[in-house]
Write a protein that binds this ligand. Structure first.
Ligand code: NAI
Ligand code: OAA
Length: 274
C-alpha cells in the first residue's frame, strides 16, 4: 500500500531505524491522529527491507538530507554524528526537526539560529527523562541549581569516549564507581550516547554549564537510573526514573514512547502537560 495521507495530515519522516526510530515508525504506521509517515532514511536499506515490507503504508526511502523535502516534521533518531546532516536541511526548509541526539546540539547550536531565521523549529522531547514540564515552568521564574545523578549498568556505558580515553576498566567492577562529575556540557562530550538526558534537562533549565551531573557505572543496577534535584524560587523538587533498557542497552525503552507522545501532541485536540 502507498499513500493513505489525508490532505491536511502533517507528514513525518524518520532518520535512523534503530531502537528508537523503528518504534516511532511502527506507531506512525499504526496511526497517530493528524500525522502520516512519509519517508525514512536508513544507512543500509537491505537491513530494513523486511521491517519496511511489513508496514501497512510503506514510506519512501530517502537520503538523510532530503527528508525535509518529503516531510513537515523530521525526526532525528541516528547517532549524534549525523545530527547536522539531518537537521540542517530540514530547518533550512522551515520544517520542524525533533532531535533525540540532543547532546549533539551543543556543538551545533547555530542550527537553532538557522531554524529561527527560516521559520523552522527544533523540538527536544523529554526522552528518557522525567519532569521537563516542571523544569520548564520553574525556569519561567528563577532556578538556583539543577543536579543530576545517572547510574547505568556496565552494558549501558561500554565504549563511552570518557571511559576509553581514561582507560577505565568497568568490566570487572563489583561496586558502583563514580566515573564523572562536572557540567552537563562536559558530560555530553565524554558520554555522547549515554547522557543526552542531561543536555535536555539543561536546555529546559539553566543551561549546560550550570547543570551539574555525576555519571556512575553501577554493576548493581539493571536499569538506567536518573535522579534530578531542582532548587528554584517557585519550588524544590526531586525526581527519579528507572528506565528499562531497550535492545540498545544504552537507550531506555521510554525514549521512543516519549517521541511518540510528542508527535501525538502535534495534532491532538486535547493536550495534557506542557
Ligand atoms: N534524548 C534521549 O533521551 C535519548 C537519546 N538517545 C540517543 O538517540 C539516538 C538514537 O538512539 P538509538 O535508536 O538507541 O540508536 P541505535 O544505534 O539503535 O539506532 C541508530 C540508527 O541510526 C542508523 N544510522 C546511522 N547512520 C545513519 C545515517 N547516516 N543515515 C541513516 N541512518 C543512520 C543506524 O544504522 C541505526 O539503525 C542516539 O544518538 C542516542 O544516544 C538515546 C536514549 C535517550
Ligand atoms: O536511555 C537513557 O536512560 C538515557 C540515555 O541513554 C541518554 O540520555 O542518552
Amino acid at each position: 500500500m502507498t499513500d493513505q495521507k489525508a490532505s491536511n495530515d502533517l507528514r513525518v519522516a524518520i532518520a535512523g531505524l534503530g531502537s528508537i526510530g523503528s518504534k516511532i515508525v511502527t506507531a506512525l504506521d499504526q496511526g497517530i491522529e493528524g500525522l502520516a509517515l512519509s519517508a525514512v532514511a536508513v544507512r543500509d536499506p537491505a537491513k530494513h527491507q523486511a521491517f519496511l515490507s511489513g508496514l501497512r503504508h510503506r514510506p519512501q526511502i530517502l537520503p538523510i538530507d532530503q527528508l525535509g523535502d518529503a516531510a513537515d516534521i523530521v525526526v532525528e533518531c541516528a547517532p549524534s554524528s549525523q545530527l547536522r546532516a539531518i537537521v540542517e536541511p530540514a530547518v533550512k526548509r522551515g520544517r520542524s526537526a525533533v532531535v533525540v541526539s540532543v547532546g549533539g546540539l551543543l556543538d551545533n547550536f547555530d542550527l537553532v539560529d538557522l531554524a529561527r531565521a527560516k521559520g523552522g523549529r527544533i523540538l527536544v522531547p523529554t526522552g528518557a527523562l522525567i519532569g521537563l514540564d516542571a523544569v520548564n515552568a520553574a525556569a519561567v521564574g528563577t532556578i538556583h541549581s539543577v543536579k543530576m545523578v545517572t547510574r547505568k549498568p556496565i552494558d549501558g556505558l561500554r565504549g563511552a569516549p570518557f571511559i576509553v580515553q581514561n582507560n577505565i576498566d568497568i568490566d570487572n567492577l563489583r561496586e558502583p564507581l563514580k566515573l564523572f562529575e562536572g557540567s552537563a556540557r562536559d558530560a555530553a562530550k565524554g558520554f555522547p550516547a549515554n547522557v543526552n538526558v542531561a543536555v535536555a534537562l539543561s536546555l529546559a533549565g539553566i543551561g549546560p554549564d550550570r547543570t551539574q551531573m555525576q555519571v556512575w557505572a553501577d554493576p548493581t543496577v539493571t536499569r538506567n537510573v536518573h535522579r534530578i534535584e531542582v532548587e528554584a524560587d517557585s519550588a524544590r523538587f526531586s525526581m527519579s526514573i528507572e528506565n528499562i533498557p531497550s535492545e540498545n542497552p544504552k537507550t531506555g525503552m521510554i525514549t521512543a514512547l516519549s517521541v511518540i507522545a510528542l508527535l501525538r501532541k502535534q495534532r491532538a485536540t486535547l493536550c495534557v502537560g506542557t
